[in-house]
Write a protein that binds this ligand. Sequence first.
Ligand code: DX5
Ligand code: ZN
Length: 207
Amino acid sequence: MIKISTSILSSNNRVDSIKKLNDTNCNYIHIDVMDNKFVPNYQFPIEEINKLIPLSTKKIDIHLMVEDPLTYINKINNSNIEYITIHYEINDNIDNILQTIKNKGYKVGLAIKPKTKIDEVKEYLNKIDMLLIMSVEPGYGGQSFIPNTINKINELKQLNKDLTVEVDGGINDKTIKQLYDISDIAVVGSYIINQIDYNKAINNLKN
Ligand code: DX5
Ligand code: ZN
């Protein structure tokens, strides 16, 4: 069954949202970190992240949309974190950052933007625990799912059928259907956060 990682980016009361999500069937809380450089938006200062994480009884999935991930990785510390994901497109030493995340005991994720081809990240596939395939341009919640994402997932499957695949952006009860057989984790933000009954929304998403 597909796992749901709920993005609290679009919530206007993140503390409340996390508390509500604790009582649902969601599998992870997804925290979107943006530096206003890698993406044109600024969200979740480190102090807020460190305050929010201990409120969750769910495992945490951190998505770093930042040019300098090490600054964040070195200041975030919690055994509740399962994945820390960085972007392939940053101008930094990816191998070194992946190793730092592993050394801290977290699973490593590598994220790619919609225009980045699977071929470009071939050399990293056996060094990571998860590939996050963006199905919208990173930066904002509430955008529409880009259909070509499905082709990219299928391409990945031909290269490595066992790697955990996370898909992020524009996922709702309809778009998720095409992901059931080919993805492990779906990141869902506004579809869940905009409903009063989170658990009903999450159950609608599961196959
Ligand atoms: C976009 C973020 C996504 C986003 C998902 O940059 O990485 O996690 O918040 O939100 P929805 O589900 O609204 O597209
Ligand atoms: Zn995200």
